[in-house]
Design a protein around this ligand. Structure first.
Ligand code: HEC
Length: 165
């Protein structure tokens, strides 16, 4: 092998390293780092819900059967085992002044009860807040969840929802 060959080998090495690094860089840009929690949601709760086809009446029945033991829904009703769900739409998470929330739910206290957050929470409360006080396994049916969320979002006095002024 003369020095010309060595030069070619060296050049080939440099080029392939460059390609390798380049593709790594591209993959980093195209697949942004996502924290573990969101991939948990992504794998367990892939289906998005559609509120346009949701049935508020059915949601009300499911909510009174499955949530009514612990939650009140009407304006002025006191908290029960869980906080009142009146005006929950876009309300700040864990923000009812008289309710003693778990620190696990309070981690989210700078977020709001958007449809997306309600969807995650109601699908798997323990995935959303691992040490939550809400002893409820979750609503696995996408349709039932959509119906319940549509019902919850109807529980408003039509004031601008807190957090969205
Ligand atoms: C066994 C009682 C129980 C049941 C059943 C239950 N919850 Fe809860 N819920 C709680 C408790 C307790 C909390 C407070 C959780 C914490 O602090 O970790 C809570 C919190 C919540 C919150 C957050 C409220 C806020 O002010 O941030 C929402 C929303 C909610 N529940 C919705 C529901 C819905 C909808 C259902 C039915 C599908 C349901 N819950 C069933 C006890 C219950």
């Amino acid at each position: 092998m003369d020095s010309f060959d060595w030069n070619r080998i060296a050049a080939a090495c440099v080029i392939s390293c460059g390609i390798l690094f380049g593709s790594w860089l591209i993959s980093k840009i195209m697949i942004p780092y996502s924290p573990l929690t969101s991939s948990v949601y992504a794998s367990e709760n892939q289906e998005t819900i559609d509120l346009k086809t949701a049935d508020i009446g059915k949601g009300k029945i499911i909510a009174s059967q499955q949530c009514g033991v612990c939650h009140s829904f009407r304006q002025g009703e006191p908290d029960k085992i869980g906080p009142s769900l009146f005006n929950i739409k876009n309300k700040k998470i864990a923000s009812s002044p008289n309710f003693n929330y778990s620190s696990s739910l309070k981690i989210h206290e700078n977020e709001y009860w958007t449809v997306e957050n309600l969807n995650k929470w109601l699908a798997k409360p323990l995935a959303f807040a691992p040490a939550t006080l809400m002893a409820y396994g979750g609503l696995s049916s996408n349709k039932d969840r959509a119906d319940v969320i549509a019902y919850l979002n109807s529980l408003t006095d039509n004031n601008p929802p807190s957090g969205q002024k």
